[in-house]
Design a protein around this ligand. Sequence first.
Ligand code: 5GP
Ligand code: ZN
Length: 115
Amino acid sequence: MDCIFCKIIEGVIPSTKVFENDRILAFRDIQPAAPVHILIIPKKHIPTMNDVTDEDAPVIAELFAAARQIAKEQGIDESGYRLVNNVNADGGQVVYHLHIHLLGGAKLSPLLGEV
Ligand code: 5GP
Ligand code: ZN
């Protein structure tokens, strides 16, 4: 499958991993938009949030649990952080393998919504 994130999971494309288990992987974004910018992904290839099914509920919950744990490990849980999931073209999705951006380490722009 021609998916960058599946290749990162397989180790074909290198990444800086910060967390991994049998179901999920977290690694640093190659073009960080904040001092801490980590992508948290399921190992199952799910293209977008639109493709999530009821049976995916446990792994979705695990993505958020990992985000919470990684934020603490990165020392940004108290200062704060933002979790972002872009969906399809208008949402700004570029890589079609479900991922949550974990952003923090600085005061983030309040920008949300229409630009
Ligand atoms: P999206 O716009 O789809 O929500 O976000 C995709 C993210 O993946 C972008 O922030 C981009 O910098 C990141 N990205 C794209 N290709 C790679 C890569 O090969 N390695 C890593 N670590 N991040 C990538
Ligand atoms: Zn994939």
